[in-house]
Design a protein. Structure first.
Length: 253
């Protein structure tokens, strides 16, 4: 499972942003067009680019031999976008199914691509946003107990680790907030960077009583959490300006 992260500072130069807009699929362009704030447009463009970047030239994800797709090969696979269970997106790339999920916050965007369904959430740590009423509303009894034993600053900071963990589970499931964040137990994230959670869906849910794993990462002043059904090895890749420019050159843009 690969996670890609990019700061919108990479898109600050107008020529890079314009080049990226030329290669994004129409569905992503439509999303960008309806966003009013400039930073929101940059975040949406960055998230869309990370997906494109992630599915291009990833021979290990697609089980393509080095002979077919080496480091010097411009790999532009045919991609089909799908809508799966609970409206979740997926891809068919060269006949192989891949799952992905996107998230962004403040100045960073992220994308996860995997062989199995996945969910990802990214949040910048802003303690002033955390109210005690919010903690009571979204945390389980166990999480509330552990948080109550911490100093205020630590409690408010670690709330974002809990929240991204819960959000990644809700995005993995597809029902979102309808699940009820206070029913998702990820208290282990308060003492380590991994938690197991059991998801109980309704009678018609295809995910009735599923066990999932949540991994959490600290990136500068952000928390990032990813949810998957299996305990999958995580690889984090930061996409910088040089990587973007190299990719665009490979496409002849």
């Amino acid at each position: 499972m690969k996670i890609y992260v990019m700061d919108t500072e990479v898109l600050a130069e107008q020529n890079i942003y314009e080049q990226i807009m030329k290669v994004l699929p129409e569905a992503r362009l439509n999303k960008i067009r309806v966003v009013k704030q400039e930073q929101g447009k940059l975040l949406s463009a960055a998230a869309g680019f990370l997906l494109l970047f992630g599915i291009s030239g990833q021979s290990d994800l697609l089980h393509i031999s080095d002979k077919e797709s080496g480091p010097d090969t411009d790999f532009q696979p045919p991609v089909e976008y799908l809508i799966g269970v609970q409206g979740k997106p997926a891809l068919i790339v060269n006949g192989k199914k891949l799952f992905y999920n996107l998230s962004h916050s403040k100045t960073k965007a992220t994308c996860v691509i995997a062989h199995e369904e996945c969910g990802i959430d990214l949040e910048r740590v802003t303690p002033k946003r955390v109210k005690e009423s919010l903690i009571r509303k979204v945390c389980t009894d166990r999480e509330k107990e552990l948080l109550s034993q911490m100093k205020e600053e630590e409690r408010r900071n670690l709330f974002f680790k809990l929240w991204t963990g819960k959000e990644s589970v809700m995005k993995w499931d597809g029902r979102g907030m309808a699940m009820g964040p206070d029913t998702i137990e990820v208290s282990d994230l308060l003492v380590q960077d991994e938690a197991e959670a059991e998801i109980c869906g309704g009678e018609e849910s295809s995910r009735n009583r599923k066990a999932v794993t949540v991994h959490s990462l600290a990136i500068e002043d952000y928390y990032l959490s990813v949810c998957c059904e299996k305990d999958t090895k995580i690889q984090l890749l930061v996409v910088d300006k040089a990587a973007v420019e190299g990719f665009l050159r490979g496409l002849g843009k």
